[in-house]
Write a protein that binds this ligand. Sequence first.
Ligand SMILES: Nc1ncnc2c1ncn2[C@@H]1O[C@H](COP(=O)(O)OP(=O)(O)OP(=O)(O)O)[C@@H](O)[C@H]1O
Length: 303
Amino acid sequence: MTGLQKSPLPPRFAIARDQPSVDFRPFFSDFTLSHRRIVEFRASNLSMLSIRNLTKRFGLQTAVDQLSLEVPEGQIVGLLGPNGAGKSTTLKMLTGLLEPTAGTAVIAGHDLLTEPLVVKRKVGFVPDSGAVFESLTGLEYLEMIAALYGIDSQKARERIEQFLSFFELGFDTLTDKLLGAYSKGMRRKVVITAALLHNPTVVFFDEPLDGLDANAAVGFKALIQTLAREGKTIVYSSHILDVVERVCDRVVIIDKGQLKVDGAPAELVREHGARSLEHLFTDLTGGSDLEQRASDFARTFRG
Ligand SMILES: Nc1ncnc2c1ncn2[C@@H]1O[C@H](COP(=O)(O)OP(=O)(O)OP(=O)(O)O)[C@@H](O)[C@H]1O
């Protein structure tokens, strides 16, 4: 029993991204997601991430409400929603940090509830908090993460150097300070590196661009597109709608824990007769009178 399911995704979710201009494949060439396995997934259109009625309640509040979603291998899905919609709670459940109240998910063929350790090996997570052990250097932190995943120390060092090269950082940036003294963007780069060290099959990003400078952000966007082309499945939660629109094959908007719409960004905008993804988002999530409210609020400052 693999738990793999045929994906019911319609053809409009077929991957149609521009090729990124930077080729990062050499960094991942030794990674173990076998080409044969990717071809098998593609040929059978199997779902790499299958979320089934996932629910989380905190006391009387339902933060995530029977969320169901099928995501095929190699797809980048943008997870959007207003503050408090349940995005982070969803990602925390899918990465084993929070126990669902009900429902489950099958990730790369493994059930989140019955095979939690296998699932943890298959997923990478960049949380929005960017929390790290502040009393370790970047290198100590990355080597600790590599050891937790059982990555051989020489292989771990090679991968760390590949990421340093990708982010155009010198090796001493990982050794000359404790993480508590890193800038926000530097810490983010270490957290992204840590999330990808064990070559996960499915990667969850919660506001990954937060703190990255413009160059690192451009490189990062190209990186996730390359990872998807190499067969990784990516869930990308963000409030930066224009980036989501450009990078993601598909967007899912949730509000109050419930799925509102799901589809390719351009098609959703067209189907709903919206001017842009941003307008669709505000229409769907109750922010359509924002401009009026802003002007009413600003008037309260008049003398
Ligand atoms: N540990 C917790 N205990 C109680 N309530 C929680 C807990 N974690 C999250 N919540 C609540 O669940 C709801 C969803 O929170 P969540 O952090 O998932 O939203 P989000 O969509 O990620 O929001 P944001 O965009 O602001 O980060 C919120 O009302 C939040 O207060």
